[in-house]
Ligand binder design. Structure first.
Ligand SMILES: [Zn+2]
Length: 287
């Protein structure tokens, strides 16, 4: 069933867990996310990132995401990830998305604050929720770079600033920068959990969102959840798993024999589903 971000954040809060938020720029990842959640009987968030517009347009994948969510046996929030302008947010809301992220982290603080406020006013008209971001994780998605390059792009979230930001904007969840990175990790992540607990304390418990969630150890996920992370964005390593399965399928085909696209997709789907299941178990503190 289709639910809002607040609905699944409430479940996360009550159970002291985080809800997995999976980017779904293709049918295989969407089915992997929803079927995994159904088999584990856990709520889930499926999300479309504005930067994935070139992989698949919102107009194509959005209605499919909403349809799959409505038919699911578990609560599914359909969320817009890293919305960069209000027009794009409105397109997702008009379609029926129950949650949107406005990412103004690349803009100066005052501008981020003012536009985030407008995003909240807009989403309220639809009964939808808003995630915003304070601080910067550097690269937005699919980051590429050289080792050592990533850290100087990061601006860690300041808990006092977070308090003012949450109070003034009325957002429902806050993406915080505490050491994670989008894309593939070039060096082992060093996470600062005090930022998460500081933000939680100062904001009286706003759900903290962890971006760059794939590639982090199970131990660090659990520490982050204990500190107050309630939504974990997970994509790159799931996508990489699908890629590896495709590669293995292609390599398994005898030289000179045909390689079938549908078989590659089926292999990627099965592998991504396993990967998502493991992630949901970790975020649910099952193991
Ligand atoms: Zn992100």
């Amino acid at each position: 069933m289709l639910v809002t971000l607040n609905d699944v954040m409430m479940i996360a809060e009550q159970q002291g867990i985080a809800i997995g938020a999976f980017n779904t720029p293709n049918l295989e990842s969407l089915r992997a996310a929803i079927e995994s959640a159904e088999e584990l009987e856990r709520p889930v968030i499926v999300q479309h990132c504005q930067m994935h517009e070139e992989l698949i347009p919102l107009d194509i994948i959005g209605p499919i995401m909403l349809d799959h969510a409505a038919r699911a046996s578990v609560p599914v929030c359909v969320h817009l990830d890293h919305g960069e302008d209000l027009d794009y947010l409105k397109r997702a809301l008009d379609m029926g998305f129950t949650s949107v992220m406005y990412d103004g982290s690349v803009h100066p603080y005052e501008e981020n604050l003012a536009t985030t406020k407008k995003a909240v006013e807009l989403a309220e008209k639809y009964g939808a929720n808003v995630e915003a971001e304070l601080g910067s994780m550097g690269k937005r998605e699919f980051g590429s770079g050289k080792p050592g390059e990533e850290d100087d792009q990061k601006i860690y979230t300041d808990p006092d600033m977070a308090k003012e930001f949450v109070e003034q904007t009325g957002i429902d969840a806050l993406a915080c920068s505490f050491g994670t990175t989008h894309g593939i990790y070039l060096t082992e992540p060093k996470l600062n959990f005090d930022i998460v607990s500081g933000v939680r304390e100062k904001t009286e418990g706003v759900p903290v969102v962890m971006h760059g969630g794939s590639g982090v150890s199970k131990e660090d996920f659990h520490k982050a959840i204990k500190a107050g992370v309630r939504k974990i964005n997970y994509f790159t390593y799931m996508d990489k798993t699908g890629g590896t399965a495709t590669e293995e399928y292609v390599e398994s085909v005898e030289k000179g024999k045909p390689v079938f696209y549908s078989s590659a997709r089926a292999a990627a789907f099965a592998a991504m589903k396993e990967n998502v299941k493991e992630a949901i178990k970790t975020f649910s503190m099952i193991d």
